[in-house]
Design a protein around this ligand. Structure first.
Ligand code: DQA
Length: 146
C-alpha cells in the first residue's frame, strides 16, 4: 500500500518535556515509533518529519505531493492558528491531510480556537491526546483503500 507522512510542527520535538500536563509524558520518538509500527502492521510505510520552521513544513508538504505519499497526519502546532502559507500549501496539493491536535484547543486560550488549516484539511481530530494520531492513521488507511 502507499506511504503515509507523519508531520509535526513547531515545539512538538519537545513532546514529553513540554507542558506534560497538557501534552503528556510520551516523547515524539515514542509517538513516531508507534505510528511506524501501526504502519508495518498495515503494510504501509510511515515517514516521520518534525520541523520548527514554516518553510520546511511547506517544502515537506510539497514533496509529499511528488513522492507517492497517500495521506498526511499533520499537527501544525501554533502555525494552525495563523499560517496562511501552510494553509495554501495544503490547498495546493492533492494528498489528503488530517489535522491533529493533542490538546483540546477549544478549551484553551481564545487564539487557539481558530484553525486556518481546518477548511483545507480532510478532517480534524482534537483533544484526544496521542490517540488522535492513531485515529488519523486509521482514517487515512480507510481513505487510501477505498
Ligand atoms: C497543539 C495545539 C496548538 O495550539 C499548540 O500551539 C501546539 C500543539 C496540540 O497538539 O494540541 O503546539 O497543536
Amino acid at each position: 500500500m502507499g506511504k503515509i507522512l507523519l508531520l509535526n510542527g513547531p515545539n512538538l520535538n519537545l513532546l514529553g518535556k513540554r507542558e506534560p500536563g497538557v501534552y503528556g509524558t510520551k516523547t515524539l520518538k515514542h509517538l513516531e515509533a508507534e505510528i511506524i509500527e501501526l504502519g508495518s502492521a498495515h503494510n504501509t510505510e510511515v515517514c516521520c518529519c518534525q520541523s520548527n520552521h514554516e518553510g520546511e513544513l511547506i517544502d515537506r508538504l510539497h514533496l509529499a505531493n511528488e513522492d507517492d505519499t497517500k495521506g498526511i497526519i499533520f499537527n501544525p502546532g501554533a502555525f494552525t492558528h495563523y499560517s496562511y502559507a501552510i494553509r495554501d500549501a495544503i490547498a495546493g496539493i492533492q494528498v489528503p491531510v488530517i489535522e491533529v491536535h493533542i490538546s483540546n484547543v477549544h478549551a484553551r486560550e481564545e487564539f487557539r480556537h481558530t484553525s486556518v488549516i481546518a477548511p483545507v484539511a480532510h478532517g480534524q481530530i482534537v483533544g484526544l491526546g496521542l490517540k488522535g494520531y492513531e485515529l488519523a492513521f486509521f482514517a487515512l488507511i480507510d481513505l487510501i483503500t477505498v
